[in-house]
Design a protein around this ligand. Structure first.
Ligand code: HEC
Length: 113
């Protein structure tokens, strides 16, 4: 084979992504953290930053708890996103499982918990 087809390249990328996802909870890759931050600050609807303070994201929302102080673990973050809690809406209908994992990984990373 002289040249690599687009399909082969895509397969390689997917294989790599799969490999990274496997260890996502241990040490998330840069792309996952970047995606999580993007969702946190602006892409989630509504964005977490509107309601939560998180220094790493430059967020100063005061409707929900300050996440730098709360230092929630990934399970707690995902539960809040999936089910909603108090005044916080559920994101289950608007965010994929992968995106929720990315946000959780990012918040855990940003708060050093
Ligand atoms: C409309 C405002 C609002 C938005 C948007 C919002 N939250 Fe919240 N969040 C809250 C409030 C209010 C609480 C506290 C609820 C309570 O304890 O009654 C909370 C609680 C939490 C908690 C703590 C849950 C617990 O177990 O105590 C986490 C973690 C959290 N939010 C993460 C997020 C993330 C991540 C996003 C974005 C995907 C987000 N929130 C978006 C308002 C919001």
């Amino acid at each position: 084979m002289k040249f690599v087809t687009t399909t082969q390249r895509l397969a390689a990328v997917l294989a790599l992504t799969g490999a990274c996802m496997g260890s996502a909870s241990a040490s998330p890759d840069a792309a996952t953290l970047e995606r999580g931050k993007e969702l946190f600050t602006s892409k989630a609807v509504p964005a977490c930053a509107i309601c939560h303070a998180l220094a790493d994201a430059g967020a100063a929302g005061a409707i929900g708890p300050d996440l730098d102080e709360l230092k929630p673990n990934a399970d707690r973050i995902k539960k809040a996103m999936k089910e909603g809690i108090g005044a916080m809406p559920s994101f289950a209908a608007t965010m994929s499982e992968e995106d929720m994992n990315a946000v959780a990984a990012y918040v855990v990373h940003a708060t050093g918990s």
